[in-house]
Design a protein around this ligand. Structure first.
Ligand code: 5RP
Length: 268
């Protein structure tokens, strides 16, 4: 691996082989998502606990100070919205020159396997990998499901992750699912887990994160289940303990409760 690529991968994956990415890219198709209405406000208290942030160029420039940033995974796919016809109809929104100018650690793009736009999104990935590899910038592929959350099963996610790796993604972001070890086994590059919409209890999040790591994921790219929580700083600290300190779900819950009890009640 060339020095630049190796250096960028090391910015993402920490010395313990694990990572905690914080995605705040949701606005690129959801608009002002609940509790991400003001990205600077959401991000600032969480920044110390993340290894990298997943973000679009617009929010990066307007809401993150360059002298206080963490490594950047730049979201470069888009062109759709929640009110449009099809969330799968994404293109590449951001040039490689812009990514270099922003000094990013990685590029991130969604693929939509099994949709009408499967071919387009897979060629988008291939094109992005070609560009990224030229300049030593890794690509993280996101196995997106759009509105069809029920797609998140082991057969479908294994298929998506393997295809993403075959096309050259250096990291694949997918969802946790029962039988997750099969997803990881079939994917020859590191896998990180997204959270999806907020689940009912914190413990459920701690359990699936812990389980996924036991089954071979190297970390998380977890957004709404952190920053939509009433106590996001407590949440991210608890998840960090699972990812980087091998905490159990119960230990994470204790940490969450402790940090929560010290925090002021979140306004709004
Ligand atoms: C949204 C994304 C997010 O990065 C991804 O879904 C992770 O966030 P969450 O944990 O909220 O699902 O790709 O465009």
């Amino acid at each position: 691996m060339d020095w630049g690529m190796a250096n960028r991968m090391a910015q993402l994956i920490q010395r313990d082989g694990r990572c905690l990415f914080l995605p705040v890219d949701h606005g690129y198709f959801q608009g002002p998502t609940h509790r991400l209405e003001n990205p600077r406000h959401t991000l600032e208290p969480l920044m110390p606990y993340t290894d990298a942030i997943f973000i679009t160029r617009g929010v990066l420039r307007s809401c993150v100070d360059p002298d206080r940033a963490k490594p950047i995974i730049l979201r470069v796919s888009g062109g759709v919205s929640m009110v449009g016809k099809d969330l799968a109809y994404e293109g590449i929104t951001t040039s490689i020159e812009e990514a270099i100018r922003l000094n990013v650690a990685a590029l991130g793009l969604s693929i939509f396997v099994g949709t009408d736009y499967e071919h387009d999104s897979l060629l988008n990935l291939s094109h992005l990998v070609n560009e990224g590899e030229k300049y030593g910038i890794p690509v993280m592929a996101v196995t997106a499901v759009g509105r069809e959350l029920e797609k998140r099963d082991v057969r479908y996610l294994s298929l998506c992750c393997r295809i993403a790796a075959e096309l050259g993604a250096r990291v694949v972001k997918t969802y946790w699912c029962p039988g997750f070890e099969k997803v990881v086994e079939g994917c020859p590059v590191p896998v990180v887990m997204a959270g999806g919409p907020q689940v009912d209890t914190e413990l459920e999040v701690f359990q699936f994160v812990h389980d996924g790591l036991q089954k071979g994921a190297i970390g998380v790219n977890l957004g709404r289940n952190i920053w939509q929580n009433d106590f996001p700083v407590a949440m991210i600290q608890a998840i960090r303990a699972i990812v980087h300190e091998s905490a159990s779900p119960e230990e994470a819950q204790q940490l969450y409760d402790t940090v929560k009890s010290q925090a002021l009640v979140r306004p709004g």
